[in-house]
Design a protein around this ligand. Structure first.
Ligand SMILES: Cc1cc2nc3c(=O)[nH]c(=O)nc-3n(C[C@H](O)[C@H](O)[C@H](O)COP(=O)(O)OP(=O)(O)OC[C@H]3O[C@@H](n4cnc5c(N)ncnc54)[C@H](O)[C@@H]3O)c2cc1C
Length: 449
């Protein structure tokens, strides 16, 4: 049994954990840092490039974001871009694609036009593309047939751009963050793999004792748990966040057999649903093939494509009559009921492709069942947090800050985009709590505009 003490200890080596590891190592006077990762490598779960949609969600084409929210997301999304540019990672792990939000039918066309005028001041590069322009930029969304002779009957319009960085392999970015953290500083920056944290204890001297499955014990002055849905699992074990439950929502994708779209095409979002609208885009890790998705299916486990975690799911759901009430209220709404049912059917072999194609045809009207296959091994799980006190879904990320030296973060989509922004929030808290120095000038110069 070994006993190691660190100034700050981070649990979880996805994009959230590595972003904090990087910011602390590079911009603060922290004296030692440790990252504990359950698996054999960084980012094997949701941050892995094939698990998520690889999008930098800045707020320009995300039709469920208000202008106020877009101002916030713009800053944090730009941090991802600035980090990648700083280390010359463009066209290696960060790419520039055309992207657009597509409105189909009178109502959505009006919506997109109004939104374009409202958002163009914040995002001056945005353009409004009519059907003629779309024939040039993204012809498959315009025509009803593969020969491209018949234009779809309903009106369409899109707001978009082809001048911005849009796409990141967040798995590779997690690696880059940890490498540059270790290069940036002479202090101990230790990463331990195959080290699953099972319990954390607060000691009387205000430090924390972190117990791992292999029997190892670490101590730290400050702990941040960035373990996805397991953050809430570990919080519950310490008595924190009991008013929250976690509903794991798996997202899967379908892949076309060949190149279909030139860039990202997002549909108008139904505001009642917490997830990004169905979209199609070139996959940077699948030889330029086009991916459609993601779907959304409740899964009774916390980790996709890994054995076990069914019991962890049950514990973290924190089931009681408040949860029943949340489900009941959600399922009372016919939009949500249909969405839940349809997404369940999207996973049922034999009928899934046909049903999915019906939805995806809103983007590419000529898409047929023969064009797509279920993308095996792609997709992840969004830890959707439920607020049991308010009896509703908590939209966006959830963070539990105990105020006494331990923070737990749960980061559903678009948590990868906000990794450096969330890390900044936690870094500032750690700096204040431990009385560290923070090179704010360098931080702002490197990572913000
Ligand atoms: C289908 C889908 C599409 C998405 N699309 C986008 C998108 O386009 N853009 C975007 O910004 N976001 C997107 N997201 C969200 C994004 O993937 C996540 O928000 C992000 O990856 C979360 O990163 P994380 O580091 O918090 O969690 P994870 O990547 O899940 O990492 C958690 C880490 O903690 C480790 N861990 C867990 N328990 C323990 C333990 N007990 N001890 C030690 N280590 C532990 C795990 O092994 C893992 O490495 C999408 C998500 C899904 C599922």
């Amino acid at each position: 049994m070994k006993k190691n003490h660190y100034d700050v200890l981070i649990v979880g080596g996805g994009i959230s954990g590595t972003a904090l590891f990087y910011e602390l190592a590079k911009y603060t006077s922290v004296s030692s840092l440790c990252l504990l990762e359950k698996y054999e490598a960084l980012a094997t779960l949701n941050s892995k490039g094939t698990s998520n949609s690889q999008t930098i969600h800045i707020g320009d084409i995300e039709t469920n974001y208000t202008l106020e929210k877009a101002k916030v997301t713009k800053r944090t999304a730009k941090m991802v871009e600035k980090f990648c540019l700083q280390y010359d990672l463009q066209d290696k792990i960060m790419f520039s694609h055309q992207k657009m939000a597509l409105g189909v039918g009178e109502k959505e066309v009006h919506f997109i036009e109004n939104r374009y005028h409202e958002f163009k001041e914040l995002f001056p590069y945005l353009e409004l593309w009519d059907v003629e322009k779309l024939k040039e930029l993204e012809p498959k969304i315009v025509y009803l047939d593969k020969a491209q002779t018949k234009v779809r009957p309903e009106p369409i319009v899109a707001m978009g751009t082809n001048t911005q960085y849009t796409t990141v392999d967040y798995g590779a970015m997690s690696e880059a963050l940890s490498t540059h953290a270790q290069k940036a500083s002479d202090i101990p920056t230790d990463i331990f793999y195959n080290t699953q944290v099972v319990d954390i204890f607060e000691k009387e001297d205000k430090t924390f004792e972190v117990h791992c499955k292999d029997g190892s014990i670490y101590t730290a002055n400050f702990v941040v748990v960035n373990a996805g849905a397991h953050s809430l699992f570990l919080a519950h074990r310490m008595g924190y966040g009991k008013h929250m439950g976690c509903l794991p929502m798996a997202g899967s994708f379908y892949m076309t057999n060949e190149h279909f779209l030139n860039g990202k095409v997002y549909m108008v979002q139904n505001n009642k649903l917490p997830f990004a609208a169905l979209h199609g885009d070139p996959d940077i890790l699948a030889e330029g093939k086009t991916r459609f998705g993601p779907t959304a299916l409740m899964l009774p486990k916390l980790e996709r494509f890994k054995p076990g975690t069914y019991w962890d799911f049950f514990k973290t759901l924190n089931f009681d009559f408040h949860i029943v009430k949340i489900f009941w209220d959600l399922l009372k709404d016919s939009d949500i009921r249909n969405y839940v049912f349809k997404n369940f059917l999207f996973e049922v072999p034999l009928i899934n492709k046909g049903l999915f194609v019906q939805d995806a045809k809103k983007i590419v009207p000529s898409l047929s069942v023969d064009d797509i296959t279920y993308a095996k091994g792609f997709g992840g799980v969004r830890p959707q947090v439920l607020d049991k006190e308010k009896e509703k879904l908590m939209l966006g990320e959830a963070s539990i800050n105990s105020g006494n030296g331990i923070i737990f973060n749960m980061t559903p989509s678009p948590g990868a985009t906000s990794c450096l922004g969330n890390a900044e929030r936690d870094m500032r808290e750690i700096v204040a709590h431990l009385g560290l120095d923070f090179d704010e000038e360098a931080f702002l110069a490197d990572l913000t505009e």
